[in-house]
Design a protein around this ligand. Structure first.
Ligand SMILES: Cc1cc2nc3c(=O)[nH]c(=O)nc-3n(C[C@H](O)[C@H](O)[C@H](O)COP(=O)(O)OP(=O)(O)OC[C@H]3O[C@@H](n4cnc5c(N)ncnc54)[C@H](O)[C@@H]3O)c2cc1C
Length: 229
């Protein structure tokens, strides 16, 4: 209705389902990611601890790998039933939904209209995390709306500070992470294993994309070429 096209294809959308579980064994200080084509095609299974024996345990499957309806649910249930740490836990909450893993749309403002968060496809395309980006953009939106109302100009041009503000903070990382996601979708489990093995044996001075790539390059130069082309 606002003239902003937010439609995307299956490759740019993950289908996700998550249980909050109690009575599970967590790594309290760590978030865990379980990767692999068999486990979570084009995505990952996660365990995000929320306390001693409470965690969000969920899965995201990329739309381009989806064969039939309900697949993420079946894969998550299989993972839980095969894992001693989760099998005896109790599900206390269920959340499910689509998570965009796309580039942001070309425009997010129109006359008297602005789109924020998931409505503007602002999720980080590599991790599927959308809370931080949504909150960051919401602050920009509040400032822009306040200014526009003071100037009595809520036209598309009057809201332009929002468009510029959120893009300055988020867009370059989103584009970089989108390209990384595209690479990951093509990566075999064997290459993924090599990447993880290289990282585990490397003394990382910090967790950053650059440091991770250095670690991979030092151990497997041919894999690095595969990743960055
Ligand atoms: C299973 C799952 C797990 C996730 N885990 C994480 C995570 O661990 N970390 C993370 O960063 N992100 C996570 N995400 C993504 C994250 O939830 C979203 O990116 C984030 O909630 C987006 O916030 P939002 O305010 O833009 O949209 P939403 O949270 O979708 O809020 C939009 C609100 O608008 C309401 N609404 C819709 N239409 C109307 C209407 N016409 N009138 C009035 N109200 C309306 C909706 O009911 C909703 O409450 C996850 C997503 C899923 C599906």
């Amino acid at each position: 209705m606002a003239g902003i096209d937010t439609r995307i294809g299956p490759r740019d959308m993950d289908s996700c389902i998550q249980y909050e579980m109690v009575g599970v064994e967590t790594e309290e200080r760590f978030t865990e990611f379980f990767l692999g084509r068999e486990k979570a095609p084009g995505g990952y299974i996660w365990c995000f601890p929320k306390g001693k024996d409470i965690a969000n345990v969920g899965i995201g499957v990329n739309g381009s790998f989806m064969r039939d309806g309900g697949e993420p649910l079946r894969l998550l249930d299989r993972f839980i039933s095969e894992n001693d740490r989760f099998r005896n836990g109790t599900i206390t909450e269920i959340n499910a939904g689509g998570v965009s893993v796309s580039l942001p749309p070309d425009r997010t403002v129109a006359d008297s209209f602005l789109a924020v968060g998931d409505a503007a496809r602002m999720v980080d395309p590599l991790t599927g995390g959308g809370v931080y980006n949504g909150c960051f953009a919401a602050i920009q939106a509040a400032d822009a709306i306040h200014d526009a109302l003071e100037r009595r100009d809520t036209s598309e041009r009057g809201l332009e500070t929002y468009e510029r503000g959120w893009r300055a903070g988020l867009e370059s990382e989103m584009v970089r992470n989108y390209l990384a996601k595209e690479k990951l979708l093509e990566m075999s489990d064997e290459i993924l294993d090599k990447v993880i093995e290289a990282i585990s044996g490397y003394d990382l001075s910090e967790i950053s994309t650059e440091e991770l790539l250095k670690a991979v390059g030092a151990r497997y130069p041919e894999v690095l070429t595969d990743i960055i082309g």
